[in-house]
Design a protein around this ligand. Structure first.
Ligand code: GAL
Length: 417
């Protein structure tokens, strides 16, 4: 073996060793953990992870670097500036799927974590579907801490009961229920659209309703064309939905708007199950949930994860944090608060609220599709344009112009129409 080969062998052994055993050393210093988790439920989940970490490593100071803004709309821009400027946080929140692989892995910003996945036994306890979306070219690149569901209809159970209503299963039923609520002076549909991604989130779920799981998935691969009349139908529904919305929607963030549901002034919303985390944090456990109309049996999925950026300042402290994230204890503590379900299958289901219990069942039997707004289905550039097109649509709801724009941005993303 020549000198270079010896050097690279020693470097690899050191790497494996440091990935596998940093906890044996007494960890010190600090760790900067970057995320957008500031809302009710999000902040509590993150704190639960910090509590476990700080108990294990009392000499490490945790720096909670958050940039507020749902779905990471603001955080992702700050992150990009820091990463490109050679100042990575020690670890950062990133959606498993295209957001991880296309933005950060293919571009060479991350260290592989395959040895950690093996030594922690995660390959045995994490579902294949989740392992697949944190992998690229035979390596694993980030640790998934949860599975969120995006296609949930939330409702105020008491308002429904008082008015003799049941959760709508189709959009026709949805609009009948909405009319009945409106007649009673209740705001039928609640959403905060201040950060510009929320309407696109709702639209993604309507696309699933109208195109079905395969049709929806095909939009992101080119199998389904954006000129499809079902896309037109989905835009029509979104347009109509917004005629039932809280009038201050553009001034409210996703979480602020949910005061309407809690107070009973508003009745229904479509959002991911971080909404459950928010309701828990506000002491309102008695909310109702159902699949978004016409999406029963489909689970629109996403996963939050954290990785190891090359050149981060506190590498050993990060590896210790990633271990907590992937551990049974960490995943239970976090997900109970967050409204999501763990990304490992060996957890104690009995510890969880009813919502997550039912979600765990759906995850096992439903058809899984990847969320686009939350980074799983398409590269970030496309997602940003998609979000902006839909955000514009709710201000100026012109269906044919918008559908043309959706066709154009798909073409620009390299998915030929
Ligand atoms: C999603 C993220 C969730 C939740 C939500 C609202 O993108 O995956 O964990 O935080 O945004 O901020």
């Amino acid at each position: 073996m020549n000198r270079n080969k010896w050097v690279s062998l020693i470097v690899s052994l050191l790497l494996v060793f440091s990935l596998s055993f940093p906890a044996f050393a007494q960890l010190k210093g600090e760790i900067e953990i970057f995320s957008w988790w500031t809302a009710g439920g999000e902040a509590e989940g993150l704190q639960a992870l910090f509590d476990i970490y700080t108990k294990k490593y009392p000499d490490v100071k945790v720096i909670n670097a958050t940039v507020a803004g749902g779905a990471g709309t603001n955080a992702k821009a700050v992150l990009k500036t820091r990463m490109l400027g050679g100042d990575p946080p020690d670890t950062f929140q990133v959606h498993a799927g295209k957001e991880l692989t296309d933005t950060w892995v293919k571009t060479g910003f991350m260290e592989p974590l395959t040895d950690l996945f093996k030594s922690e036994g995660w390959l045995k306890v994490m579902p294949k579907g989740i392992l697949d979306i944190v992998s690229y070219r035979g390596n694993y690149w980030s640790v998934p801490v949860n599975i969120h569901r995006a296609n949930v209809l939330w409702y105020n159970k008491k308002v429904f009961k008082d008015n003799g209503l049941t959760p709508p299963k189709t959009f026709d039923e949805f609009f009948k229920v909405a009319d009945a609520l409106k007649a009673k002076g209740v705001i039928p549909f609640v959403l905060g659209t201040k950060d510009g991604w929320e309407a696109a989130h709702v639209f993604e779920t309507i696309l699933i309703a109208k195109l079905g799981a395969e049709g929806y998935k095909g939009l992101w691969t080119g199998k389904t064309k954006w000129s499809n009349p079902k896309v037109t139908e989905a835009l029509e529904i979104l347009k109509k939905l917004f005629t039932y919305i809280n009038p201050d929607h553009s001034a409210a963030t996703w979480d602020e708007a949910y005061q309407y549901i809690i107070s009973g002034k508003g009745a229904m919303s479509i959002m991911g199950d971080w909404a459950a985390g928010y309701f828990f944090s506000k002491g309102y456990p008695d909310f109702g949930w159902a699949p978004v109309p016409e999406t029963a049996g489909v689970f629109d999925a996403l996963s939050d994860s954290f990785g190891l950026p090359k050149g981060c300042k506190n590498r050993d402290n990060v590896i210790a944090f990633l271990r907590v994230l992937g551990s049974k204890e960490g995943q239970e503590a976090f997900n109970i608060k967050k409204g999501s379900i763990p990304a490992r299958t060996d957890i104690n289901k009995n510890l969880f609220p009813e919502y997550q219990k039912s979600c765990m069942e759906d995850w096992m039997k439903d058809t899984i599709v990847p969320s686009v707004i939350h980074g799983a289905a398409a590269a970030e550039g496309w997602v940003t344009e998609f979000k902006d097109v839909i955000s514009l649509f709710i201000a100026r709801p012109d269906i044919s112009t918008t559908q043309k724009a959706l066709i154009q941005i798909a073409n620009r993303a390299g998915v030929k129409q």
